[in-house]
Design a protein around this ligand. Sequence first.
Ligand code: FAD
Length: 380
Amino acid sequence: MLVIGLGAAGSASLVALARRGVECIGIDRFSPPHEHGSSHGLSRLIRLCYYEHPDYVPLLRESYRLWNLLQATTTSPVLRITGGLYVGRPEDPFIEGSRQSAVHHGLAHEVLSSAEVAKRFPQFRLEPGEVGFHEPTTGVLFPEHAIEAHLREAERLGAAISLGERVLEWRSRAGGLTVITDRRQIEADAVIACTGPWMPSLVLGLAERLRVTRQVLAWFRPSDPDVLQAGRMPAWAVSEPDGSAHYGFPIFPSESPNSEPPGGAGFKLALHRPGEATDPDRVDRAVREDELASLARFLRDRIPAGLDSSGDTLRTRVCLYTNTVDQHFLVDRHPDDARVVVVSACSGHGFKLSPAVGAAAADLAVDGRTSLPIEFLGWR
Ligand SMILES: Cc1cc2nc3c(=O)[nH]c(=O)nc-3n(C[C@H](O)[C@H](O)[C@H](O)COP(=O)(O)OP(=O)(O)OC[C@H]3O[C@@H](n4cnc5c(N)ncnc54)[C@H](O)[C@@H]3O)c2cc1C
């Protein structure tokens, strides 16, 4: 079995194959974790009260289980539970949908009035009519550590890994596939394709289904770092009426002397909304003044402790979303050749689910089916 691309989805798929005892190799054109694709930026949200589709919750439960298993294999931080606070109008899908998901699946949660938010989370300024939704299971994943840990675990379980090798194409043949890379030809029973923002250029039929967009991340110098520390500050999102949401992370203490804090120094935030369309090989990685000014304005209005009077950023990054039309992932066998499993776990929310998605992809590659509920993520 061959896994192409070893970012979030591919590294998780490789571990899943290796756990099943399958002979497998993972190939990546770069050396993950890296900053060319969709899995960099030092932190990702994980939350359980998913409102986007009811079948995400069982996949999330499995993902939490697998993240905890992975955490046990490494001393680097992979997952830290911080609790999560989402702010918006009561009828906002983020608030009402999360509440309905929590009730439907019996998940711990609280809906907080504006006064309750002000008392428990004074870091936030709510607008008139807004409420808070608090979820204790929300946490922060550290994507570079997670990918590193997945790859080390896959190797430990017997998987082979080849870095700096680029897959150019594959051809179907009787009994398997011939995969052609820039170095060699590999014969495989099946392939799991997980090339993130390069899926449209590599996989037949995806250019017209997936749209790659440029997303900006920024870490501001906070005016009051103490109130933004994990323990006092939850992971958070503030939902806007147009369906977008600013979101961000608490500040974590360093876990060892002289090391950068998990998640990076400063107060990190971003805007969840597909940005401008781009090409992963030509994306503009420079963050513009107007993009930073917009994020700073949000902090000034809503989380003033996150921004000091200089308005300085300590770090900025550009990352890539790969968006489907319905904003769900794509996890399925390719309609032209069932031995090719296609995994595009993104639309800006795929990291948290990558362990369960990787397990499902391994099931599809080995058995042709999975007991995990992924029908809603199918090609159709
Ligand atoms: C700014 C931002 C914020 C996000 N926030 C969240 C969040 O809070 N929570 C969440 O759950 N998700 C979040 N996501 C989404 C999540 O990060 C992505 O869904 C996930 O990282 C996608 O991983 P991937 O494996 O599909 O792609 P990638 O990690 O990009 O991996 C693709 C890999 O394929 C390799 N590759 C490409 N072409 C070839 C080839 N021809 N041959 C060999 N190798 C190849 C690349 O080198 C790369 O390593 C966010 C995404 C972004 C960009």
